[in-house]
Design a protein around this ligand. Structure first.
Ligand code: PHB
Length: 395
């Protein structure tokens, strides 16, 4: 059996879903293949901060209704180090821009519902996905459908939006790609708790015992993280120990108290930075985590995936509808300029805010000077704010 479509997309995460919506609006057909179930995609916990242009894009696609009702708009962030706490007024520093706190899986739910309502094809629970003939004008994706039946998608172009572990990147011959990797010697222990909101904005804290982040999901559900050993076992972290660390690391201002609640989800994630150059081989294009990973400290992962496919969708539109391939040829270079800036920002926020035992005393002092400078310099704050709300597309 085989099916035909103009753009075959592997991966039903932010990159794949935004791409299929953008292509649909440009009159281009696509099919998404995903190895997980719809329920698994719609419940996987990830970060939750949307850059201002991502929310505009969702509204422009007619998919912003639930977000506008349920999400939290934030106009600043709180930063802490040692005994110091300061406010970074993101909106004032960026001439009116805001960020939206809305969980990634909620975005995915809205986008999947939108694609289904448009009659778009998403095949969940496929297996054995493999890219073929990507160096020709007739690339194809072989897969087995949910029942195990072999199938094939015949395409004009194929996009690997299949995450860090997907087959897409490996379909680019090793000799033609260069990978840049940085693994951090720490991880994040993340929790979801049924508790009231403790503070009106996110708190990023550097404590001598490690980083902590206070975030939110809704008035009833809060998201918090603490720096930990990436190899640690979650069994070593009973709830009481987690709360004790959160209180200690976050409550440096004497007049403020963190509200506790029932922890109903917890897990440990490693932190890494990764970039694959190039992002194209023949008619195969990489987008999102397939090509790059950022540590979560700046909440750039989803935003960067959407930025990739915004560029890619316009390039595919030029190629498919107008037979002009200049933008497609330029896609890796165009996307990578933004990617490296997001990598830089995420690395900078990560190194500045975490305690790294492998660092020298000199480097440690530099991190503290970074925070001291940031707390007192409007220019330094403006640079962080500009990155936090999302860089302009021509920067
Ligand atoms: C989250 O709410 O999960 C979150 C927020 C900000 C970050 C990372 C994660 O920088």
């Amino acid at each position: 059996m085989s099916q035909r479509t103009q753009v075959g997309i592997v991966g039903c995460g932010p990159a794949g879903l935004f791409l299929s919506h953008l292509l649909h609006r440009a009159g281009i057909e696509s099919v998404i293949l995903e190895n997980r179930s719809r329920e698994a995609v719609e419940s996987t916990i990830r970060a939750g901060v949307l850059e201002h242009w991502v929310t505009d894009l969702m509204r422009g696609m007619g998919l912003g209704g639930r977000m506008d009702r349920e999400a939290h708009i934030h106009s600043g962030i709180t930063l802490q180090y040692g005994p110091n706490r300061f406010h970074l007024d993101v909106t004032e520093l960026t001439g009116g821009k805001q960020v939206t706190v809305y969980a990634q899986h909620e975005v995915l739910r809205d986008l999947i519902a939108g694609r289904v309502a448009d009659g778009g094809a998403i095949h969940f629970e496929v297996t054995d996905t493999a890219f073929h003939d990507v160096e020709t004008e007739a690339p194809r994706i072989a897969f087995r459908d949910k029942d195990g039946t072999p199938d094939e998608l015949l395409c004009d172009y194929v996009v690997a939006a299949d995450g860090f572990h997907g087959p897409g990147r490996k379909a680019i011959p090793e000799g033609t790609r260069q990978e840049y990797n940085k693994t951090y010697p720490f991880g994040w222990l993340g929790i979801l708790a049924r508790a009231p909101i403790s503070w009106h904005e996110l708190i990023y804290a550097r404590h001598e015992d490690g980083f902590a982040l206070l975030s939110t999901r809704s008035p009833e559900i809060q998201r918090m993280y603490i720096q930990c050993d990436p190899a640690d076992d979650i069994a070593n972290w009973p709830d009481a120990r987690i709360w004790a660390e959160l209180h200690k690391r976050l409550e440096i201002a004497g007049n403020w108290h963190l509200s506790e609640g029932d922890i109903f989800q917890k897990g440990i994630i490693p932190l890494r930075s990764f970039v694959c150059e190039t992002m194209r081989h023949g008619r195969l294009f990489l987008a999102g985590d397939a090509a790059h990973i950022v540590p979560p400290t700046g909440a750039k992962g989803l935003n960067l995936a959407v930025a990739d496919v915004l560029v890619l969708s316009r390039a595919l539109e030029d190629a498919i509808r107008h037979h002009r391939t200049e933008r497609l040829d330029a896609y890796p270079a165009t996307a990578l300029r933004r990617i490296w800036k997001a990598e830089r920002f995420s690395w900078m926020m990560t190194t500045m805010l975490h305690v790294d035992e492998t660092e020298s005393p000199f480097e440690h002092r530099i991190r503290m000077a970074d925070l001291d400078f940031l707390s007192g310099s409007r220019n330094a704050q403006a640079a962080v704010a500009e990155n936090y709300v999302g860089l302009p597309f021509d920067a």
